[in-house]
Structures are given as C-alpha cells and as structure tokens.
Design a protein around this ligand. Sequence first.
Ligand code: ATP
Ligand code: LTN
Length: 329
Amino acid sequence: MRLVSGIKPTGGLTLGNYIGAIQQFVQLQDELKDAEFFIFIADLHAITTPIEKATLKKNIKDIAALYIACGLDPERVTLFVQSEIPEHNQLAYVMESTVYMGELERMTQFKDKRQKQTEGIRSSLFTYPALMAADILLYDADIVPVGEDQKQHLELTRDLATRFNNTYGDTFIVPKGYQPKTGAKIKSLSDPTKKMDKSSDNQKSYILMLDDLNQVKNKIKSAVTDSEAKIYYDVENKPGISNLLTIDAALLKTTIEDRVNHYKDMSYQDFKLSVADHVVSALKPIQEKYHALIKDPSLDAILDAGRDKAKMFAHRKIQKVYKKIGFQR
Ligand code: ATP
Ligand code: LTN
C-alpha cells in the first residue's frame, strides 16, 4: 500500500494544514507499518498565484522542516520537492490531455480563487487539478490523505485514472481519498463559516504553526463566537464554538462529544483559555524541533535522498505511460 500527499508552499502552514493534513500523515505513518509514504512539497502548485522568489524559497524549506518536526520519519517517508522531479510536469501534460474543460470549470477551488483575483488569472490555476492528478498517479498511490477542500480534486483524479485506463489499458491505480474523522475542515477564527486559509489577508483569521505562542493565545481568545454563552456543538448555528471544539478534539485525539462533556458548564472565556493552552502545547515542541532543524544541513541531505528515490519511481512510471499512449519510435 502506498500513500501520497503534498502541501503547497504558498505561505506559512496553518493549524488547518496541521490538523487536516500533517497530523494524519504522522498518524498513518505510525499505524500502517507496511505502507510506503511519498510526501512532497508542492512547489509547482505555488506559482498558480503570484509569489515572490525569496518567499517561495523560504516556504519550501520551512515545510520540509515542519514535516519532520511534526513527526514524519525520513527513514519511513520519502520526502521531496515536487519541482525536482520533472516527471510531474510530463504526466501533468498527459492529464491535461485527459481532462475536459467542463470538468476543470466545475472545480470550486478554481471558482473561489478566481473570484478573489480579478486580473491576471494564470492558466495554471485552471489546469491545477491535472497536475495534482499527475502528482498522485505518478506514484501509484492507493490512499491520499487530504483535507475536505481537496475531495473534489481527488474525485476528478479518480475519474481521470479510470478514463485513461479505459482508453489505453490498465495503467493507473484508482486512488482513494482519506479525511480525518475530526478536523477535515478547520474554519477561520474571524469568520467561522469559511475555511482557515493561509492565503487570507486577515492575520487574525488563522493560526500559523510558527506563530509566536502568545499571539496564538490571543488569536484564540479573540476568535469570533456568539452571544448565547452555552457550549455545545452545532455547526449551523454556533460555527465559532463548534470550530474551537473541533480544534480541541483533533489536537487531543478525542471525540467532539468528549470535549462537549468536558466544557459544557464553562464560560466562553475559560473554554477559550483551555483550547488556547492545548494549541500552545501542541505547537511548542514542533516549533522547538523546527528551529533546530532549519539550521541543520541534514535537512538538505534528506531532501536529496527523497528526490533520488522519487525520481527512480517516477521515471519508470512515465516511461510506461508514454509507451501506452504510443510515444515510441
Ligand atoms: P491556499 O490557501 O494557498 O489554497 P491551502 O492551505 O488551502 O492553501 P495546501 O497548502 O495545499 O492548501 O493544503 C495542504 C493540505 O492541508 C491539504 O490536504 C488541505 O486539504 C489541508 N488543509 C488546508 N486548509 C485546511 C483547513 N482549514 N482545515 C483542514 N485541512 C486543511
Ligand atoms: N492541491 C492540494 C495540494 C496538492 C496535493 C497534491 C495534495 C498538490 N498535489 C497531491 C495531495 C496529493 C491543495 O491545494 N491543498
């Protein structure tokens, strides 16, 4: 069994990225002893919207260090940078020649991002799901752990794998998505009806994994809630409280019911303080490891080894795909 996933270096990683993605990677790594893991930094995806060179370079290294600081074991997991494996682009072109315009037009992530940006929308933002499908199919992934916002892209990946297989014969494994039971969609702290997003303009809306820990506390304390002064889980009518309960349950690896029982008679103030403490306790050891790793030259050696292993796999796969299509003399 093989698991594949990635994160775009578009900004600092948020608590949403941690709970929705990285925490799952680590848990699955520890549970599935026989599985293989390919986890990468999706830097090609980061230029679908404008980003400065220095920021991109810093973000790439930061994600690599954070993956390990969060508990991914480079001995168990192939960690690599996507742009170092050109086979991703080669297969992406094949996927662009498999997907229909209508399918790409239906992608909600594209529709949302296009609305936020009126001018100069890059064509790669539109074709993004073809590259994401390539990222997954290139490594014969069985399982792809991602947050809820990526479910639609994953469904499309399954359709593309099936379509290609039907046209050219069995080539790709049709992968399954995997979402965490709790925390597949962590919401913004300032507008808890929306996803917590690292590309948001409002810094108070998200917690970055590398935020100063006092700031983390303050952000939780000022999270938008409601005026009912009763703690229970109801996403529709109490999105703010429900989001904080979700964050707490996910970090403590317990259920939301357990958290509701624990907090039901508390004031909002005490509840927020307790959630803030749990977030700080989760982030503190990660930040400490991160600061040690980011200065350590062994980080580059890990990414070099990851690149070499991924490259071997990707090269073999693209040759098979090309042969199936008829790219042969
Ligand atoms: P952007 O804001 O640039 O679109 P993003 O954080 O949505 O960034 P990625 O960095 O590629 O996109 O996300 C990496 C992983 O984190 C994906 O699996 C995604 O589903 C998950 N993720 C992102 N935000 C959240 C969130 N708020 N809650 C749960 N999971 C999330
Ligand atoms: N599209 C994802 C990031 C991503 C990814 C992938 C996730 C790129 N390629 C392959 C899983 C597998 C995002 O925007 N969050």
